[in-house]
Design a binder for this molecule. Structure first.
Ligand code: 1GP
Length: 259
């Protein structure tokens, strides 16, 4: 059941303690700029490229972006779908995800039912993941009709994460929303990690090495960043920012062992 990409991620987490993934929102890029970001990310040792965005509607554009990225990197390209329009045959794998705290059954199981046959037909590797929205959350909270978990209720996030694990999801994602002012707190990451045996992904509003370090020290296994790279004006800046975040992840792993 566990595919090649998932095995790679699990091994990488085991080897490095925690890893970084670069998120590319197809709506904010051209195929060319996406491939530049992906190449820089791979050079800086980001472990995978995720491609997806909340308001994406053009599968045609998505295909072009995924194809361009795939042609320049060796690391896996994983789809991060907002809906059935977020599926592309050019990717290696897809987060087969359920927005657990949505109030709309469409985002919990409806889109998944529609998308599953296509995922199978295209031979994409599905990686089951429980997706949990936290705090203000922005666009993803609105579109996904999330009953967002307040930042000061870590125990609620832990209950959702545990339920995801008991439902058989093999990854859990705490999402503060793209470009969030407030990233997921250390307390919430710690509370979730405390009950979880599957890898924990954390994203939304992580902009600096210090942020990444704190998230990893608290228990994040995968740190996802997107906005911070979109805000970069040059290849040099993209590289520097990714390097700082990856350095922060390494420091976070070391801090865990020092406890
Ligand atoms: C969004 O968690 C991801 O889905 C990444 O968030 O864009 O804030 O890095 P940022």
């Amino acid at each position: 059941m566990i595919g090649e990409v998932e095995r790679y991620l699990l091994n990488k987490i085991k080897e490095d303690g925690a890893i970084h993934m670069t998120l590319i929102d197809p709506e904010d890029v051209t195929p060319r700029s996406a491939s530049t970001t992906a190449r820089e990310a791979e050079e800086c040792q980001s472990s995978a490229i995720m491609i997806g965005g909340t308001t994406l509607v053009s599968t045609m554009h998505l295909d072009k972006v995924v194809k361009a990225v795939k042609s320049v990197v060796e690391i896996p390209v994983i789809l991060f779908p907002n809906n059935i329009t977020g599926i592309s045959k050019y990717a290696d794998a897809i987060w087969f995800m359920s927005l657990l705290n949505s109030s709309d059954p469409y985002f919990i199981a409806g889109a998944q039912v529609l998308g599953a046959p296509l995922v199978r037909k295209l031979g994409l590797e599905p990686i089951p993941m429980g997706y949990i929205i936290v705090g203000e959350a922005g666009a993803v909270g609105v579109i996904g009709r999330a009953c967002s978990i307040p930042h000061n209720k870590p125990e609620l996030a832990a209950s959702y994460a545990l339920a995801a694990q008991y439902l058989g999801m093999r990854f859990v994602y705490l999402e503060a929303g793209s470009g969030a002012k407030q990233a997921v707190s250390k307390e919430m990451i710690r509370a979730v990690k405390n009950v979880l045996e599957v890898p924990l992904i954390v994203g939304g509003g992580i902009r600096t090495g210090q942020h990444a370090k704190e998230a990893v020290a608290a228990g994040a296994d995968i740190v996802v960043t997107g906005t911070v790279l979109e805000e970069s004006s040059s290849r040099k800046e993209i590289k520097e920012r990714i390097m700082r975040i990856i350095e922060g992840i390494k420091e976070g792993v070391n801090r865990r062992y020092r406890r």
